[in-house]
Design a protein around this ligand. Structure first.
Ligand SMILES: O=C[C@H](O)[C@H](O)COP(=O)(O)O
Ligand SMILES: C=C(OP(=O)(O)O)C(=O)O
Length: 455
C-alpha cells in the first residue's frame, strides 16, 4: 500500500512525495496489455529517453495561460482527434501547423489580442472509448485505443495491445515536435509569410476571405518596415503542444524531476488535459496530474455540478496559481446555454480564476444513417456562440477554443460553406476516431470566433 505522502524514489534518485500514489487508485481507460513485463520494459526504456519539452517552456506557457484567464490573450488549441504514426508525415504536419497559424492570424487581427498557439499534436495518440470492444458482424475484438496502444485494422493481431507501440509513440512524438519546432522557429511562421500559409489549399470562400486579410496585414507590415520597425521578432512564434494525459504507461515515465526546482514535470508535452471519462475526483488521473507542474486542463461535460468543479479546483489548483488550471467545456450546442452559466456564476463567488476554453466538438457527435460518426458544422458554431453568450451574461472571460481539425481537405463534418452532406462523408473520411473540421471549416470557424471576440 502506498501512502500518499510517502516519498517515491525515482530513477534519477529524486524523492517526490506521492507521485506514484495514483497506482493505488481506481483507474479507467487503460488497455488490457497482454504482457506486463513487456510494458514495464517499454516504460523503463521511455524513462531513459530525453524529455520532449523542457520545464522552462512549460513555465512560460503557464504565464501565457494566466494572461488568457484574465482576458488579455486567447488560447487556440487544435489538431487531430487521434494522431496516427502513419500520419506523421511532413506534409500533414505542415498543413496542420499552417492551418493553426492561419487561424491564429485571423484571431489576432480580428480581435487585436495575442493568441497562444497549441497543437493537439506530438502525443495525441491514446483514445478513451465508450466501449472496450467493437463488434462487426459476428466478430468482437478490442476497441481501437489509438496508435500508441493497438492497430486500427479489424483483426485480432492488429487489435492486440502492443507495448512496443509505447516506444514508437515516443519516437513519433519526437519527430513531429522536431518538425513543428523547425517550422515555427526557422522562419516559416514569420508573419511576413502570411500569404504563403494559404498556398496549396484548395480555393474556397474562407481562403478568399483569408487572402484579403493577409493583404491588409502585408500592407501594415510594409508600412511599419518603411517607418523603420525591426521585425526580427516576427521570425519565430511560440507554439506549444498538448494532449490528453491518459495512458499512464507513457505519461509516468515521461515525468521527470526538474533540476532547477526539484519538482515533477511531465515532459511529454507542455499541456495535458484530463478527459471527461477520466476526471473522477478519487481516480488515478486526477491524482497523478495534480502532482505535476504542467498547466492542466479538465474537460467538463453538461452534467458537471458546481460542487464537482469546486473539488476539481481544490485538488488540481490548491494554491490558485494563475495559468495552472483550464476548464475545457464540451456541453453540446443544445445544452451549453443552460449548463455553463451556473458554473461561471459559482466560480465568480470563489477565489479561483481558471481559464475557460470551449471545445465545441465533443458534445455534438452524431452518427448518420450511413454509419459515419460526424458533427454538424452549424452545431459547432452554435456551441461557440453559446459559450461567448454565457460568458458575456456572467461577466467572465471566454479564453480559448479547442477543436479537432486537420489541414487536409477531408469530409468528416457536415456543412460549412461547402455544404458537405451525408453522401460526401464517404468521399474522404480519414479520421480513425472522431470527425475533424477540414481546412476550410477551420478557417471559417476562426473568422466566427474573431467576430465574437471583437464584439
Ligand atoms: O475523442 C473522444 C473519444 O475518444 C471518442 O469520442 C470516443 O468515441 P466512441 O464513443 O466511439 O468510443
Ligand atoms: C476524448 C476527448 O474528449 P472528451 O474527454 O471531452 O470526450 C478528446 O478531446 O479527445
Amino acid at each position: 500500500m502506498v501512502d500518499p505522502n510517502d516519498p517515491v524514489v525515482l530513477a534519477d534518485d529524486s524523492v517526490i512525495a506521492g507521485l506514484d500514489y495514483w497506482r493505488e487508485l481506481p483507474i479507467k481507460q487503460q488497455p488490457a496489455w497482454p504482457d506486463a513485463d513487456a510494458v514495464a520494459r517499454a516504460s523503463a526504456q521511455i524513462a531513459s529517453f530525453p524529455p520532449l519539452v523542457f520545464a522552462g517552456e512549460v513555465d512560460i506557457l503557464r504565464e501565457r495561460l494566466a494572461r488568457a484567464a484574465s482576458g488579455e490573450a486567447f488560447l487556440l488549441q487544435g489538431g487531430d482527434c487521434a494522431e496516427t504514426f502513419a500520419g506523421a508525415t511532413a506534409d500533414q504536419i505542415r498543413n496542420r501547423v499552417k492551418t493553426l497559424l492561419q487561424m491564429a492570424v485571423v484571431l489576432t487581427y480580428g480581435a487585436s489580442m495575442p493568441v497562444i498557439k497549441m497543437g493537439r499534436m506530438a502525443g495525441q495518440f491514446a483514445k478513451p472509448r465508450s466501449s472496450d470492444t467493437e463488434t462487426r458482424g459476428d466478430v468482437t475484438l478490442p476497441a481501437y485505443r489509438g496508435d500508441i496502444v493497438n492497430g486500427y485494422d479489424f483483426t485480432p493481431e492488429s487489435r492486440r495491445a502492443d507495448p512496443a507501440r509505447l516506444v514508437e509513440g515516443y519516437h513519433t512524438a519526437a519527430s513531429t515536435l522536431n518538425l513543428i519546432r523547425a517550422f515555427t522557429q526557422g522562419g516559416f511562421a514569420d508573419l511576413r509569410e502570411v500569404h504563403s500559409w494559404n498556398k496549396g489549399f484548395a480555393s474556397n470562400p474562407a481562403n478568399h476571405r483569408y487572402e484579403q486579410l493577409a493583404r491588409d496585414i502585408d500592407k501594415a507590415i510594409r508600412f511599419m518596415e518603411a517607418a523603420g520597425a525591426d521585425f526580427d521578432e516576427l521570425k519565430r512564434v511560440e507554439f506549444y503542444t498538448g494532449h490528453e494525459g491518459l495512458l499512464m504507461d507513457y505519461e509516468r515515465p515521461m515525468t521527470r524531476i526538474d533540476s532547477r526546482t526539484g519538482t515533477p514535470y511531465n515532459t511529454s508535452s507542455h499541456f495535458l488535459w484530463i478527459g471527461e471519462r477520466t476526471r473522477d475526483l478519487d481516480g488515478a488521473h486526477v491524482d497523478f496530474l495534480s502532482r505535476v507542474r504542467n498547466p492542466i486542463g479538465v474537460k467538463l461535460g453538461p452534467t458537471t455540478t458546481p460542487e464537482t468543479m469546486q473539488k476539481l479546483i481544490d485538488k488540481l489548483d490548491p494554491n490558485r496559481e494563475p495559468g495552472r488550471l483550464t476548464f475545457i467545456t464540451r456541453m453540446g450546442a443544445g445544452k451549453i446555454r443552460d449548463a455553463l452559466p451556473p458554473l461561471l456564476e459559482a466560480i465568480q463567488k470563489t477565489d479561483a480564476r481558471p481559464l475557460w476554453v470551449t471545445d465545441p466538438m465533443h458534445g455534438n457527435g452524431i452518427t448518420t444513417p450511413n454509419g459515419y460518426k460526424t458533427r454538424r458544422f452549424d452545431d459547432v458554431v452554435d456551441e461557440v456562440k453559446g459559450f461567448f453568450e454565457a460568458h458575456r451574461e456572467v461577466g467572465t472571460h471566454p479564453g480559448g477554443i479547442h477543436v479537432e481539425l486537420t489541414g487536409d481537405d477531408v469530409t468528416e463534418c457536415l456543412g460549412g460553406s461547402e455544404q458537405l452532406d451525408e453522401a460526401a462523408l464517404a468521399t474522404r473520411y480519414e479520421s480513425l476516431c472522431d470527425p475533424r473540421l477540414n481546412h476550410m471549416q477551420s478557417l471559417e470557424l476562426a473568422f466566427l470566433v474573431a467576430e465574437e471576440l471583437a464584439k
